[in-house]
Design a protein around this ligand. Sequence first.
Ligand code: THU
Length: 128
Amino acid sequence: MDVIQTLLRAAQKAAQEAYAPYSGYKVGSAIMTTEGRIFTGCNVENASYSLTLCAERLAIFKAVSEGYQKFTGIAIYAETDKPFPPCGACRQVLAEFSPDLQIIYANQKGQQITTLTELLPHSFTLDS
Ligand code: THU
């Protein structure tokens, strides 16, 4: 199985753990480090809606908290009508660590591939 399919499978599995009683969107994510390790995350909602954490940020924060800061790709999976790319907040967090990350987003019907540079050109950094 190639890397993309491996990441997608991990994201799909992670989506099963999503806590999404308010939106009903169960999202899973899987990020790969340059060393080939995979960290997963799911969205975790809260009754105080704005405290919700997206799947992508949970995945990258788990990786960073374990000592990994460089990534090659991230997959996002949700069983929505159309697959969706990371939200703006997640794009900014991903850009902090790997501005040229490969991004695969998918649903049960298909997948799209892009890069973070394409989704977030001219991202904010303190040295820009
Ligand atoms: N969500 C994610 O997990 N990732 C995104 O990139 C967009 C949105 C979650 C947050 C919330 O639990 C639900 O999807 C609906 O916005």
